[in-house]
Design a protein around this ligand. Structure first.
Ligand code: FES
Length: 102
């Protein structure tokens, strides 16, 4: 299963996704620069990504806590997500995300 990540310089990375991992964990494990300061507790917004518009309907909608945290984040767009709140599985094989500015 693949996860495609565009970094902040526009570089593209094809990562091997693991079922049951959070998208944030896959990105961090690959060594890409994602701060994820709270470790996935939905309490920092430093795992902010933009989901490719082709995929926004396929990921589970934002939860209430995630919305609250995104209210405090910068450069939030319609397709903004906290990547620690997206669980990866087969249905997301090929998912594309872009790292939001720090
Ligand atoms: Fe902190 Fe996602 S890692 S909100």
């Amino acid at each position: 299963m693949k996860l495609h990540v565009t970094d902040r310089e526009g570089g593209e990375h094809e990562l091997e996704g693991t079922k049951g991992w959070r998208v944030m964990e896959i990105i961090r494990d690959a060594g890409l620069p994602i701060a994820a300061e709270c470790g996935g507790a939905c309490a920092c917004a430093t795992c902010h990504v933009y989901v490719d518009p082709a995929w926004t309907d396929k990921v589970e909608p934002r939860g209430e806590e995630e919305n609250d945290m995104l209210d405090l984040a910068f450069d939030v767009q319609e397709n903004s997500r906290l990547s620690c709140q997206i669980l990866f599985d087969e249905s997301l094989d090929g998912l594309k995300v872009t790292l939001a500015p720090e």
